[in-house]
Design a protein around this ligand. Structure first.
Ligand SMILES: NC(=O)c1ccc[n+]([C@@H]2O[C@H](COP(=O)([O-])OP(=O)(O)OC[C@H]3O[C@@H](n4cnc5c(N)ncnc54)[C@H](O)[C@@H]3O)[C@@H](O)[C@H]2O)c1
Length: 112
């Protein structure tokens, strides 16, 4: 099986942002995809606020935070978002049709 380096997370909500943050901290390069930039902005804020808190608490350095940011990107375009993905994790709303559609895009593992 191919080594997983790049992960795409579908959905930048509470779960998606948390999964993306943990995956970046675990060393993966992560792209978060949502349907509109306003949701991506919210997800980015959730993630960076978490890392800012960790910097304040002295758990990570500002340089380490920048390194984490460097492995995190955001996309609305579905094709762009999965073009380098070794694994796709879906964290979209609990609507079965939506989950099935997002699952067709790659090796699916889901938050719900
Ligand atoms: N929040 C939790 O504590 C929690 C816990 C366990 C499981 N879950 C499950 O995780 C999943 C996501 O929950 P959440 O709380 O993050 O929801 P959320 O509403 O906070 O976020 C969902 C995000 O998915 C986006 N989205 C909608 N359609 C999309 C698409 N086609 N492609 C990409 N993004 C799309 C929405 O715009 C939204 O930003 C659900 O299935 C939920 O049941 C959530």
């Amino acid at each position: 099986m191919k080594e997983v380096k790049n992960i795409t997370v579908l959905g930048a909500g509470a779960m998606g942002a948390t999964i993306a943050s943990i995956a970046v901290e675990a060393g993966y390069t992560v792209t978060v995809r949502d349907i509109d930039t306003k949701f991506l902005d919210k997800g980015r804020q959730l993630i960076t606020e978490g890392w800012d808190k960790r910097v304040k608490r002295g758990e990570i350095t500002a340089e380490a935070k920048n390194e984490l940011m460097g492995r995190l990107s955001f996309a609305v375009d579905i094709k762009d978002s999965v073009k380098n993905a070794d694994m796709v994790i879906e964290a979209v709303p609990e609507i079965m049709d939506l989950k099935k559609k997002s699952g067709k895009r790659g090796l699916r593992t889901g938050a719900g």
